[in-house]
Design a protein around this ligand. Structure first.
Ligand code: ZDP
Length: 279
């Protein structure tokens, strides 16, 4: 199986053109094996791409635990650069269909060189049932949720995939490895959830740490950065555009007047090769 490995701010992916490889109908086991850091290639996700029309591709993403995610921001930037540099699309603008809907990435160029990728991530969904989260209808804004004897105030945002955003006060800290998995599996989230701990540094700067559903702590999460900005705007903490500092680097996130969220950041190639393991 031929693959390309890429990363966006250290959130790394194995990308496979599923129209050219014979893959199992259920890629869960393949994802678990390929993503494994010691027994596989090592990645935060397995991304399958396939052509779906002129300058339109499909993308599916599987977490290291084998579960399928509806959306993935960092992988979208990687896929856009991959399609552009491998000349699988005609130009820098393209459409990539995900289980969460059609996304529109644009490869940014300067003097013919790729400097980054900007993605129209679509309109965030805020209705509780759309997260999905259990409870009465309405938005989930700083709602108390008890975990391990401590009450967190959670704001729930769907960027196609579920996010639970928690703001940390100055000096307040959290043991991500302890709280992350409990929130990920909290019964309030029937499809589990990604978890973001957010510190507001300024009206245009956020610091975000992510516990990803099906993956654990990662160096960056594109949809998580978008969810954090949306939650910060909803709670009056920031303006509609902010730089989001993640452990792996920075993303620019803008919640446009058209209600779409735009994410801009890097996408880098690591290597390409042939996976020789079994699956
Ligand atoms: O929703 C999920 O299950 C996530 N683990 C998918 C991956 C999200 C990602 N980190 C991103 O950048 O949006 C890749």
């Amino acid at each position: 199986m031929k693959f390309v490995k890429m990363h966006g701010l250290g959130n790394d992916f194995v990308i496979v053109d599923s129209s050219r490889e014979r893959l199992p109908p259920d890629p869960a086991e393949l994802a678990r094996r390929v993503c494994h850091r010691h027994f596989g290639i090592g990645a935060d996700g397995l991304v399958l791409v396939a052509p779906g029309g002129p300058d339109a591709w499909h993308m599916r993403i599987f977490n290291p635990d084998g579960s399928e995610a509806e959306m993935c921001g960092n992988a979208l930037r990687c896929v856009a650069r991959y399609l552009y540099e491998k000349k699988l699309v005609a130009g820098p603008r393209m459409t990539v269909a995900t289980p969460a809907g059609e996304m529109r990435p644009e490869v940014l160029l300067k003097d013919g060189k790729v400097t980054g990728v900007r993605v129209d991530m679509g309109v965030p969904r805020l209705e509780r049932a759309d997260i999905p989260m259990l409870g009465p209808p309405g938005m989930v804004i700083e709602e108390p949720l008890a975990v391990n004897g401590r009450t967190w105030r959670v704001t729930a945002v769907s960027m196609g995939n579920p996010h639970c955003v928690i703001f940390l006060g100055p000096g307040e800290d959290v043991a991500l490895e302890e709280v992350g998995p409990v929130l990920e599996h909290h019964p309030a989230f029937p499809r589990r959830t990604n978890v973001e701990f957010v510190r507001v540094l300024a009206a245009d700067r956020l610091e975000v740490r992510v516990w990803e559903r099906g993956a654990g702590p990662t160096l960056a999460c594109g949809t998580g950065a978008c969810a954090a900005l949306v939650a910060a705007v909803l709670t009056g903490r920031t303006a509609r555009a902010a730089t989001v500092h993640l452990p792996g680097g920075d993303l620019l996130v803008e919640w446009g007047p058209d209600a779409h969220v735009y994410m801009t950041g890097p996408a880098e190639f690591v290597c390409e090769g042939t996976y020789l393991g079994s699956y």
